[in-house]
Design a binder for this molecule. Structure first.
Ligand code: ADP
Ligand code: MG
Ligand code: ZN
Length: 552
């Protein structure tokens, strides 16, 4: 361990390892397989860079971030470490040069793009057999898994790594935390009795806010005026969305640029560089932006559209505050986004994948809609416990009234009970509110609970159900049509053994105008996906009819 600390200080200029870095380093040096889960900015790189210097031979680092390889290698070289990279952006001459160094054992680290592994049926791995390899580091390891949010087919070639190099330790690193992905990475990479190191995901210096998606541009401009020295990233789901928002911001005098996969790579590199060097203040981007980008003073990350899942949300917001200073994450939330993403999820891949995506979307929605400490929700999502009351999320910072919801909860739970736990929330609400709808039978009408819930409107009951589910007073079964079921806690409430204290429900954005839909998904981008956006077509046609112009 002394040797690694020495290297840390001598080559990297840091005094000490962070928690789990030390264990990872030690473990790899002992030639054991290692799985490292650390949030973005946690310091994953050193976990393989230091062992690479301690061990004999060359460390092979597989990383999907071609754009950053050069920067990383340059940074290592500046520190006096012999490193190189191989990727498709290099000409054969440059590649030969690297191969030459590699053969002569001159390199401590070699960064390799995944497409290099799959090229020529994996001939590169055969070539590596002739060389003394110290370790394999698989960075952004979630790319190997279909369950992760960023699957890359080229990563599948890593399946054979362990078989071909049984003696060489593999260290897999990711910031993607859900359990299925973790298990799948370990399986796909065939890690042998790996040491699993999981760091806390809590980013204490980031404040979390969710606000209704209304007048987004105004809100952003106002925020920027109130924080004149702050720079940050705004994520949108569509390419056109980023362009429109960036242009709108520029019209408002903001130094902004947009970034998405549709612009040339030279241009992308340029704006990225300008942003890192503080020449651009606000980067409006699709998810294409940010993976591995090390700009330490990002003060805010906003989401103008809803992310697809909590992993993406957390990874993106995690790009704020890498320097440890106070930073903010702001999500603009609307139900219309949920509808759109649902449609996306439903046509995506096979049925299993669709249903996983829908489940993850539901969790994202819960995060935005629930009445609970946001940090606590996030930490629990990633399998950590958190006491709540973080005092740095919109929920903990607002002065919600405490609300004794016992009586309303009893009404609702007894409706579930009277209807024998056989119905979903819509029918339960209709029943409570004394609806005369066709689904309400005569039998139901004669039950004592029928119509006792006229004190609240539909939204009121929907919100109550959501809160009761989140707090385990009720659960939703996972059948084709979800059915409300009682829990042990609901029985205690029903029989007056327990009270229910909730917070007064905050109003969330319900009405979303046509204009707002269009800034998110302009027609020219969704042309190819029209079947996904029937609601947009209909809206547009209606609008066109009113204005007497052709719809397209
Ligand atoms: P990750 O890959 O997990 O997102 P990086 O490896 O890029 O994180 O490191 C994030 C930042 O933290 C970098 O600026 C790095 O220099 C810094 N860092 C990492 N380890 C240490 C340490 N032990 N002491 C001080 N700074 C560190
Ligand atoms: Mg990294
Ligand atoms: Zn909180």
């Amino acid at each position: 361990m002394e040797k690694s600390t020495e290297i840390l200080q001598q080559y990297f200029g840091y005094d000490s390892f962070r928690l789990n870095q030390a264990s990872a380093v030690e473990n790899v040096i002992a030639k054991k397989d290692t799985f490292v889960l650390m949030p973005t900015g946690g310091g994953k790189s050193l976990c393989y860079q230091v062992p690479a210097l301690v061990l004999e031979g060359t460390a092979i680092v597989i990383s999907p971030l071609i754009a950053l390889m050069k920067d990383q290698v340059d940074a290592l070289r500046v520190n006096g470490i012999s490193a190189a990279f191989l990727n498709s952006s290099m000409n054969p001459l440059e590649q030969n040069d690297t191969f030459h160094q590699l053969k002569n054992g001159k390199l401590k680290l070699l960064y390799v793009a995944p497409e290099k592994l799959s090229a020529d049926n994996g001939s590169f791995l055969n070539f590596l057999k002739e060389i003394n390899i110290s370790l394999f580091a698989v960075d952004e390891a979630h790319c190997v898994s279909h369950w992760g949010h960023d699957f890359r087919p080229d990563y599948l070639f890593l399946n054979g790594l362990k078989k071909q190099f049984p003696q060489t330790p593999i260290i897999a690193l990711t910031a993607s935390a859900d359990e299925i992905t973790k298990q799948d990475i370990i399986k796909q990479l065939n890690l042998q009795k790996p040491t699993v190191l999981i760091s806390s995901f809590d980013r204490a210096n980031i404040k979390y806010f969710v606000q209704p998606k209304q007048s987004v541009l105004n809100h952003i401009v106002q925020y920027l005026n109130e924080h004149p020295n702050d720079s940050g990233i705004i994520y949108c789901l569509s390419r056109k969305g980023t362009e429109d928002l960036a242009n709108n911001l520029k019209e408002n005098g903001v130094n902004a640029a947009f970034y998405h996969a549709g612009i040339s790579s030279a241009e992308r590199a340029q704006v990225q560089d300008d942003f890192i060097k503080d020449k651009i203040r606000v980067m409006v981007a699709t998810i294409a932006f940010g993976m591995g980008i090390d700009k330490s003073n990002v003060r805010f990350v906003m989401h103008a559209d809803l992310p697809k899942n909590i992993e993406s949300y957390y990874q993106e917001t995690g790009r704020a505050g890498r320097d440890g200073l106070p930073s903010e994450a702001i999500l603009f939330y609307s139900n219309a986004d949920v509808m759109k993403l649902k449609k996306f999820a439903m046509v995506e891949g096979n049925e299993e994948q669709s249903s996983l995506m829908l489940r993850k979307l539901q969790q994202m929605t819960d995060f935005a809609e629930m009445q609970k400490c946001r940090r606590q929700y996030l930490m629990e999502y990633f399998g950590e416990s958190h006491p709540g009351n973080c005092n740095s999320c919109d929920y903990c910072l607002s002065d919600f009234e405490n609300w004794d919801a016992t009586i309303d909860a009893q009404k609702l739970l007894s409706a579930v009970y009277r209807l024998k736990e056989r119905y979903g929330k819509n029918l339960i609400i209709d029943f409570l509110r004394g609806s005369k709808g066709v689904k309400i039978t005569d039998y139901m009408r004669n039950l004592p609970t029928y119509g006792i819930g006229t004190n609240g409107d539909k939204t009121f009951w929907q919100n109550l159900i959501k809160q009761l589910i989140i707090n385990d007073f009720l659960r939703e079964s996972n059948e084709e049509f979800s059915v409300l079921k009682l829990t042990e806690a609901s029985n205690e409430v029903l029989f007056n053994k327990r009270t229910v204290h909730l917070q007064k429900v905050k109003e969330l954005a319900k009405a979303v105008t046509v204009e707002e839909l269009e800034t998110s998904y302009p027609i020219n981008e969704i042309d190819t996906n029209l079947e996904l956006f029937d609601e947009l077509r209909i809206l547009r046609r209606q609008q066109a009819e009113q204005e007497n112009v052709p719809p397209y």
